[in-house]
Design a protein around this ligand. Structure first.
Ligand code: BES
Ligand code: MN
Ligand code: ZN
Length: 509
């Protein structure tokens, strides 16, 4: 994992393999962004000209690499495009900085030490800019190399070793606190990405549950795992039903962080943990299965968020729930038209075994509701319809409470993730009516993301403020890497959830 450290050494003097500077675009550009003045001086104020000679224009996401030939302590310089300079008086957006540093660090994959002055892009380093730059560096430095053979490891790029961020004073308490928080976030996002990227044969429900025990137990959370026998005793028909087709039995994990003080609120997070989604007997076509190892992205984000929260210690109690199963076809699998009795007694007619996420979530939502949380939030790679509606970069937030939905979207924006509010139209509920059971697991295909949300809503205890995050697209990057986002697992929406919890801890009672 990439490490972070603050330094007050001038960028041109930092002993590193490479330095990253920012450039903006415009007539006569590229233009250097503040934070690289000393480097420019070493180039006799000709750095922008040299970069222009290499074709740099400063456009967003552009990467220009050059040798410094002794001008700076680092032998390589990477200039990252930030796009047009902000209007006079305006600032570089924090997310622009986060992405720019991520792009630069990603371009230097495999390097031992990389340094950047981008925390000063808006002039004197401000702690929020420092936070964005630190996060972008750590998230961009990630690489998943566990499955490379020794031979191919020579040619594959490893994670960046250390990123040094230049600040005016590396002993400044607020700056150090920001760097420490960024390290916690970086660690959580890497954990989530590793879990999502791990092949499903190495991450069955029992192993996934153990990963939660390891990751969260180590930071003082109380972690309990219910095995298939405990699930049967507890009446968890949804989790057992989905898990029935697999030789690897399901689990339900409860992870608790307690602030140990009089907390302002209790937040319960429930994550969909399907370790592989073949569709079950309603088998998916081959192409749709290619990335279904990622169908536990919601659960991985919950585990990672609990790990981060336990390290940041806000005055909020947080409980994470991970229902986890492998959705497989077999002679033991549930069939379309089978009826499951969920925890709490509601019955569900399973008309499509590929709508499995809502079945395991329903049990976990009921179980969480028994503890009467103030806020109940589920996070799930729930529907292909989410991708149709919002694409791969923006996740959906549905809720039974307007304030909670608004606060989650605001937390996302502030943390540099993209979320958008979606409705739960009551008119769609009747499409979930079943001929034989209390409810069916599929409804109208049109608005499929919303009917899935309406299904979950049926399992939320009265009076509990609940939100549902459909992260099907944004949790996994099938496309090209961009900014600080690699291919594969992204870590969305960990930053939103941590931000939400921290904001709650700071809000007035
Ligand atoms: N895990 C899938 C949803 C999904 C699709 C996530 C694509 C990420 C990318 C989910 O279990 C599923 O199969 N949903 C079905 C529901 C349908 C049968 C009602 C879907 O969206 O097609
Ligand atoms: Mn499915
Ligand atoms: Zn699924």
């Amino acid at each position: 994992m990439t490490a972070l450290s603050l330094t007050k050494t001038k960028l041109s003097d930092v002993k590193a393999d490479a330095i990253i500077v920012g450039v903006t675009s415009g007539r006569g550009g590229p233009f250097l962004v503040p934070g690289s003045e000393d480097v420019d001086k070493k180039f006799k104020k000709q750095l922008a000209t040299a970069l222009a000679g290499l074709g740099a224009t400063g456009k967003l996401g552009e990467v220009t690499k050059m040798a410094t030939l002794g001008a700076t302590a680092a032998p390589t310089l990477v200039a990252v495009g930030l796009g047009p300079a902000p209007a006079k008086g305006a600032r570089h957006e924090r997310e622009t900085l986060r992405r720019a540093v991520g792009t630069g660090v990603r371009a230097l994959a495999g390097s031992g030490r990389v340094a950047t002055g981008l925390a000063a892009a808006n002039g004197a380093a401000d702690v929020d800019d420092l936070r964005a730059v630190s996060e972008g560096a750590l998230l961009g430095g990630y690489a998943f190399t566990r499955y490379r053979s020794a031979a191919s490891a020579k040619t594959t790029k490893k994670a960046v070793g250390t990123v040094l961020v230049v600040v005016p004073n590396d002993r400044d308490k607020p700056a150090r606190a920001v760097a420490d928080r960024a390290a916690v976030i970086g660690d959580a996002v890497s954990l989530c990405r590793d879990l999502v990227n791990t092949p499903p044969a190495d991450l069955h429900p029992a192993e996934f549950a153990q990963a939660a025990v390891d990751a969260c137990g180590a930071v003082g959370c109380d972690v309990e795992v219910l095995d298939e026998k405990a699930l049967a005793d507890g009446g968890y028909g949804g989790i057992l039903g989905v898990g029935a087709g697999s030789v690897h039995p399901p689990r339900l994990v409860r992870i608790a962080y307690s602030s140990g003080r009089k907390s302002r609120a209790t937040v319960h997070l429930v994550g969909k943990g399907i370790t592989f989604d073949s569709g079950g007997l309603s088998l998916k076509p081959a192409a749709a299965m290619e990335w279904m190892k990622s169908d536990m992205g919601g659960a991985a984000a919950v585990i990672a968020t609990l790990r981060a929260v336990a390290q940041l210690k806000p005055d909020v109690d947080v409980v994470g729930w991970v229902p986890t199963a492998e959705n497989m076809p077999s002679g033991h699998a549930i069939r379309p038209s089978d009826v499951l009795t969920m925890r709490g007694g509601k019955t569900v007619e399973v008309l499509n075994t590929d709508a499995e996420g809502r079945l395991i979530l329903a049990d976990a939502l009921v179980r969480a509701g028994e503890e009467k949380p103030d806020y109940l939030i589920d996070i799930a790679t729930l529907t292909g319809a989410q991708l149709v509606a919002l694409g791969a970069h923006v996740y959906a937030v549905m809720a039974n409470n307007d304030e909670l939905r608004t606060e989650l979207v605001a937390s996302a924006t502030s943390a540099g993730e993209q979320a958008w509010p979606m409705p739960l139209p009551p008119e769609l509920r009747k499409s979930l009516d079943s001929e034989v059971a209390d409810i069916s697991n599929i409804g109208d295909r049109n608005g499929g993301m919303l009917t899935a949300g309406l299904f979950l809503k049926e399992f939320v205890a009265d009076g509990v403020k609940w939100a549902h995050l459909d992260i099907a697209g944004p949790s996994y990057n099938q496309g090209e890497p961009h900014g600080y986002t690699p291919k594969g697992g992204t870590g969305v929406p960990i930053r939103t959830l941590v931000e939400f919890v921290e904001r709650l801890a700071q809000s007035h009672p």
